[in-house]
Design a protein around this ligand. Structure first.
Ligand SMILES: [Zn+2]
Length: 211
């Protein structure tokens, strides 16, 4: 089995896993993986619950469709990450409930939306900036993501959802899941007197496990 076939199967398997656990619904959310001569990208209008590996879109280095169904209309979010972060192996974008809920809150710090609740969140995400709201298809959204992607592998689109880059497919999926669980914890802890990790504890983690 070629490595591309294995990657197609892995995308479908992990997408179904996220769908089955309610991390994505309907036809929302998309996944991409870097391959030798381009990208694999989940197709437009497809549901993560039952992707056909052979119909996953294959794009060349210029973003031109080589085979499979037409790619997600949100391909530009993925391209922004790959262009600005050369080590990126995969990108996940979800409309996951708790992350979207946090992205709608008025009193969050747009430079870093979530507090350091757990060590794993700090190790997998670290800092999460908020990208202001722009309507779908607005070129300003692509530009804003591109600008932020040069400094951060994970961003949160206001009133929309997270975009997370990883070194591999598993890395990007696990980081996105960690973000979603942390958003859930953050909402559970809201209005409760909470101990977050201290600045010193966060620094120690960031030095030991750079993201
Ligand atoms: Zn989206």
């Amino acid at each position: 089995m070629s490595s591309e076939t294995k990657l197609r199967d892995a995308i479908a398997r992990l997408a179904k896993s996220m769908y089955d656990r309610g991390l994505t619904v309907g036809s929302s959310g998309n996944i991409s993986v870097r391959v030798d001569n381009g990208w694999l990208m989940t197709p437009t209008g497809s549901t993560m619950g039952c992707l056909d590996p052979s119909r996953i879109s294959k794009l060349d280095d210029d973003g031109v469709l080589i085979n499979g169904d037409p790619p997600t209309k949100e391909t530009f979010l993925h391209r922004a990450m790959y262009e600005m972060r050369p080590g990126t192996g995969a990108v996940v974008h979800l409309h996951s409930t708790h992350s979207v809920a946090v992205s709608c809150l008025k009193d969050i710090d747009p430079k870093n939306v979530l507090p350091p609740i757990t060590a794993y969140y700090v190790m997998r995400i670290g800092t999460l900036p908020l990208i202001p709201y722009f309507p779908p298809g607005d070129i300003k959204l692509a530009n804003a993501v591109r600008e932020m992607a040069s400094k951060h592998h994970a961003v949160l689109l206001a009133n929309h959802g997270p975009v997370v880059a990883g070194t591999s497919l598993e890395d990007a999926v696990y980081a996105t899941e960690e973000l979603e669980e942390t958003a859930k914890l953050f909402l559970m802890l809201k209005n409760l007197n909470t101990s977050f990790l201290t600045d010193e504890q966060v620094e120690t983690l960031k030095n030991k496990f750079p993201t």
